[in-house]
Design a protein. Structure first.
Lengths: 224, 88
């Protein structure tokens, strides 16, 4: 149901290993990101070259968005958020290259990312507020606390579910639409869908990052 | 085999119904965003960001329907039972 030929899957078959293509392609994305980060951070110059300019604008953009959404307190979580943004963006975009498979088109990768966000929000909340973090779940009136507590727990469990399913559905749906169009008319017709895929890749990476930021900011702020 | 025919029908109808609601919701959101930009073009950046978040939220409903349809079509949990019953 996905790409007709995946070179890492072929490589795996040659080596007789069974890791799964979403894992191997996630490793590929990690390798790309680490290599680019290493190359750029080794050769920092006063007058930036092309690659350094690009990376500076990307990192600056993410940082601006972070400060705008989370306030100055959120700057401590910049590495986490920027990693999410870059990893998801690159994962989404490599799906448009023939022979590559987007790791985010598999629910397992997205569940890992979303559960990281889920765990981090609560760890940050407990670290920031201590035991009074529980006030976040109690609502404004103490009498209604048991009712609000149940609703809040359901809401918090729904977060990783919706985060992972949204990314998975978008990427997997895009893959399937491309496959169907490719089967119907292989020439030229998939091109507009692939253009839309670039848009979807950027928007989904943006939405995931922004929601992660909003969730962490929600854990950071005082209980109302 | 009628089971699988009904499965395909359910997936198609479900996806259609899911997209109707999502389409109406997204249309309303985009209309409001357009009105907002027309009244105050300076706020277009903020409106665009907020609208994108809202659209992604609304879109996730259609995505849930899509995931359920894919489960019905390709990963149906009752396939083994039905095949067992059919082979009897």
């Amino acid at each position: 149901m996905t790409h007709p030929f995946l070179f890492l899957q072929w490589l795996e078959a040659q080596l007789h290993t069974h890791v799964g293509e979403h894992v191997t392609y996630a490793w590929l994305v990690m390798l790309i990101l680490i290599a680019v980060a290493f190359v750029v951070s080794r050769g920092i110059k006063m007058i930036p070259g092309t690659l350094q300019n690009l990376m500076e604008s990307v990192i600056g953009g993410i940082e601006g968005l972070l400060v705008e959404t989370m306030g100055p307190k959120g700057k401590a979580y910049f590495p986490l958020i920027a990693t999410f943004a870059l990893f998801i963006l690159v994962s989404n975009l490599i799906g448009l290259v023939p022979g590559l498979y987007p790791p985010t088109a598999n629910l397992n990768t997205n569940a890992a990312l979303a559960l990281t966000v889920f765990a981090m929000t609560h760890i940050i909340g407990v670290k920031e507020h201590g035991i009074s973090y529980l006030k976040h779940f109690m609502g404004p009136v103490l009498v209604l606390a048991p009712l609000v507590f149940v609703i809040e727990i359901i809401g918090h469990i729904a977060r990783p579910l919706s985060l992972s399913l949204r990314l998975f559905g978008n990427m997997y749906g895009h893959e399937i639409v491309l496959m169907i169009f490719f089967a119907l008319v292989p020439l030229f017709l998939p091109i507009p869908m692939m253009l839309m895929g670039v848009l979807v890749a950027f928007i989904q990476a943006f939405v995931f990052t922004l929601l992660a930021m909003i969730y962490i900011a929600g854990a950071l702020e005082e209980a109302h | 085999m009628t089971f699988f025919a009904w499965c395909v029908l359910a997936a198609g109808l479900g996806m259609g119904l899911g997209s109707v609601g999502t389409g109406i919701g997204q249309g309303i959101a985009i209309r409001s965003a357009c009105e907002g930009v027309a009244r105050n073009p300076n706020a277009s950046g903020k409106i665009l960001t907020t609208m994108m978040i809202g659209l992604a939220m609304v879109e996730s409903l259609a995505i849930y329907v899509f995931v359920v349809c894919m489960i019905i079509l390709f990963a149906n949990p009752f396939t083994a039972q039905v095949m067992e019953l059919a082979s009897k």
